[in-house]
Design a protein around this ligand. Structure first.
Ligand code: SF4
Length: 435
């Protein structure tokens, strides 16, 4: 599962056949880079990330080597495009690189090392940058954390999801709880600077007791960061996201029935109880809540995801990946692997070109609404400067005032507007009223 994909703002409309090379006014040089690796050993039925499973992911027909080459080609073209359209500040270098998926721990360490070297050569990677790799914990797909650390990875984000074997089986996961413990131990002995666990709640058959057991088992491994996301069951086909330039793949056979059964078992009140349980247990264990679904020990907030939530510029590579120019323009690569590879790895004599995709351009009102929503996701909330700018947007100001009256928002001790605990539970509905 890609935490980065889960947190990056989604486009609200689909557009043209390929990303345009011109940036929007106010575009900034990116401080972060997301790389999507769209392969998993098998596909989980709830997952709607861009994933190819089975023979594409391993064995003699694996497409990983082709992807590794294509990412290098895309990096060159994206860097060229940036240099043509955005002024590069002196000394600019990436502060974060995030390899998400899919299962990027399927990359061979030498493929990863080569990619990071090329990124550093072309865009610069700052000293002390955060370099995150998502890893699945099973022995066949966690890779070698020591070799990843040697290649430059500083942070491992482990897709644990649950520590209850029957829940893992229901979710279609390949690993067991002991595999998570082994992966954490390997990451620690590799000297990985930060280790995070991703968990899922509101999953089929889950109870308050089984969620408690998952949280306690996670805490027993002493991670630095915990993400707890509610299982969301979407239908990208119905949402119109799976066309030739869409950023999603059509639902896999069998997945739709699984999702219908799972959705029938979900319950908003139970989900709220599970969320509150996580909040209490994690905060009692010394984790600070800093984003609706994320908690960290001091110094271990995910710097990459903060770039998304602070609406700063980021570049992206890989099928289905999204980039943002820090102002008004979002763009994405189409999800389909074949056209992605064909564009970037042409036949001999051809030249690589940017893959198909789409873009959207936000008007001033939409950009400000997005900024407000993203800021409210964070414990930092909305500052005075943003509140003053909101004065020019009476509808948005009034919606925020209503939310305060309904005890969804409050002014904290430093004068910022933040979500209340009730607001965190109802954030989805609140944000729907702000767009
Ligand atoms: S392992 Fe993660 S990315 Fe892969 S199919 Fe399962 S949920 Fe999706």
């Amino acid at each position: 599962m890609s935490a980065a994909a889960a947190v990056a703002p989604a486009p609200v409309s689909m557009a043209g056949p390929s990303p345009r090379a011109d940036a929007s006014p106010g575009a900034r040089w990116p401080r972060a880079l997301y790389v999507h690796v769209p392969f998993c050993l098998s596909a989980c039925p709830y997952c709607d990330f861009v994933v190819y499973a089975g023979s594409a992911a391993r064995g003699p027909r694996s497409l990983l080597p082709a992807l590794a080459e294509a990412l290098l080609a895309e990096l060159e073209l994206r860097a060229d495009e940036l240099e043509r359209t955005v002024e590069r500040p002196t000394g600019a270098a990436l502060e974060t690189v995030y390899l998400g998926g899919g299962t990027p721990s399927l990359l061979a360490p030498r493929q990863l090392g080569r990619l990071l070297e090329a990124i550093d050569r072309r865009l610069g990677i700052a000293a002390g940058a955060e370099i995150t790799l998502e890893a699945n914990p099973g022995p066949a797909d966690r890779g070698d954390p020591a070799a990843f650390a040697a290649a430059g990875v500083t942070r491992l984000s482990i897709g644990a999801q649950s520590f209850v074997p029957v829940e893992l089986r229901r979710l279609g996961r390949r690993h067991g709880p002991a595999d998570v413990a082994t992966t954490v131990a390997l990451a620690r002995s590799a000297g990985m600077g930060s280790v995070g666990l991703d968990l899922l709640y509101d999953v089929p058959g889950q109870t308050l007791a089984s969620w408690w057991a998952t949280l306690e088992a996670a805490l027993a491994l002493a991670p630095d960061h915990v993400s707890a996301y509610a299982l969301t069951i979407d239908d990208p086909d119905v949402e119109g996201l799976t066309g030739p330039t869409g950023d999603h793949l059509p639902a896999r056979p069998g997945a739709r029935q699984w999702r219908e059964r799972a959705r029938a078992e979900q319950d908003d009140d139970r989900a709220a109880g599970l969320y509150l349980e996580a909040t209490e247990l994690l905060e009692a264990a010394g984790f600070a809540w800093y984003e609706i679904s994320n908690w960290a020990r001091p110094g271990h907030r995910c710097r990459h995801n903060l770039v998304y939530w602070r609406r700063q510029a980021y570049l992206a590579l890989g099928p289905g990946a999204h980039g943002f120019d820090g102002a008004r323009r979002r763009w994405w690569n189409a999800a389909r692997l074949e056209p992605y590879l064909a564009a970037l790895l042409p036949d001999p004599g051809g030249s690589p070109r940017l893959p198909p995709g789409g873009e959207e351009r936000l008007d001033e009102g939409a950009a400000l609404a997005e900024e407000v929503i993203l800021a409210l996701r964070l414990s930092d909330g909305l500052d005075e400067e943003r509140l003053e700018r909101l004065a020019a947007m009476p509808q948005l100001s009034e919606a925020l005032a209503r939310a305060r009256a309904a005890d969804l928002l409050e002014r904290n001790g430093t004068g910022r507007i933040v979500l209340t605990r009730r607001g965190r539970l109802l954030a989805g509905e609140l944000f729907a009223h702000l767009v």
